[in-house]
Design a protein around this ligand. Structure first.
Ligand SMILES: NC(=O)C1=CN([C@@H]2O[C@H](COP(=O)(O)OP(=O)(O)OC[C@H]3O[C@@H](n4cnc5c(N)ncnc54)[C@H](OP(=O)(O)O)[C@@H]3O)[C@@H](O)[C@H]2O)C=CC1
Ligand SMILES: O=C(O)[C@@H]1CCC=N1
Length: 245
């Protein structure tokens, strides 16, 4: 989104090929060691798997002194991050989602200490470059993870189910896939661009005793909303469990 240039960014992986590929694809600099990575950095984004936090602590803890650390690690609390990066000038815990890859992400975030005006502006610029952002109290991050962090997977599963239902109903797979994806996209844009409640838009599709009504009755009979509530609750509960570990 042109908020910075590739020359402003350096990356370091964990010994695999991902950082090299990223650098090759984007033109950002591939650092050779944590010291090389962090010597000129002011902001450090950590994006490895949560279970790697313990093993990278000794390498980078000291090197983050005075820097702003931004974490995307699921289930790693600000207290845990603060223990790992005790001399960072501040720490931001984020929960992004995969649509950020195309600038349509949704990121929830919170910070260890109130952000300075400069750091807040930087954080907002970075997060808005990949989609929308919302600041939430840390005790809401697990709930937010259940809705928007894991949510894309639930939406993809719904899309696949809609496609398969189309195939069962007599469509070929490619046509059913196109219908399902465009229906999701169009419905999401209609909600986002009009700001209208989904229930109102649903009602606008539903003629009395018509075809949509017949379909919605089946969703209700199978407790669609209860299933979704259980799904989000399970993700939230697992996130809370992992945060304890
Ligand atoms: N997937 C999602 O939807 C979401 C994921 N997250 C969080 O994002 C993080 C990354 O997840 P994801 O992208 O799926 O994971 P990936 O496995 O795709 O990426 C992990 C990255 O971490 C690097 N890495 C591994 N070990 C180290 C190390 N010791 N030091 C530095 N880098 C290392 C890997 O590099 P290499 O190839 O060199 O090993 C790789 O680039 C996780 O913490 C996850 O909780 C948060 C929100 C949503
Ligand atoms: O499943 C996970 O652990 C990560 C966190 C949110 C989305 N994916």
């Amino acid at each position: 989104q042109n908020v910075c240039t590739p020359a402003d960014i350096s990356c370091l992986g964990g010994g695999g090929a991902s950082a090299q590929k990223l650098a090759g694809r984007t033109g950002i600099r591939l650092a050779t060691t944590p010291a090389d990575l962090l010597s000129t950095a002011d902001i450090v984004v950590i994006a490895f798997k949560p279970q790697h936090l313990a093993s990278v602590d000794p390498l980078i803890s000291a090197l983050t002194a005075g820097k702003l650390v931004i974490s995307v690690l699921a289930a790693k609390t600000l207290a845990r991050l603060s223990a790992a990066f005790p001399s960072a000038r501040n720490i931001v815990r984020t929960m992004p989602n995969t649509p950020s890859a195309i600038g349509a992400g949704m990121t929830g975030w919170c910070s260890l200490n109130p952000l300075s005006d400069t750091d807040r502006a930087t954080v907002l610029t970075l997060l808005r470059a990949i989609g929308k952002e919302v600041e939430v109290p840390e005790n809401q991050i697990e709930a937010l993870m259940g809705v928007s962090g894991c949510g894309p997977a639930f939406v993809f599963e719904f899309t696949a189910a809609l496609r398969e239902a189309g195939v069962t109903a007599g469509l070929d797979r490619d046509t059913a896939q196109m219908l399902a994806v465009q229906t999701l996209l169009g419905s999401a844009r209609l909600m986002a661009e009009t700001g209208t409640e989904p229930e109102t838009l649903r009602n606008q599709v539903t003629s009395p005793n018509g075809t949509t009504f017949a379909g919605l009755k089946r969703l209700e009979a199978h407790n669609f909303r209860a299933i979704i509530a259980e799904t989000v609750q399970a993700a939230k509960a697992r996130a809370e469990e992992l945060a304890q570990g």
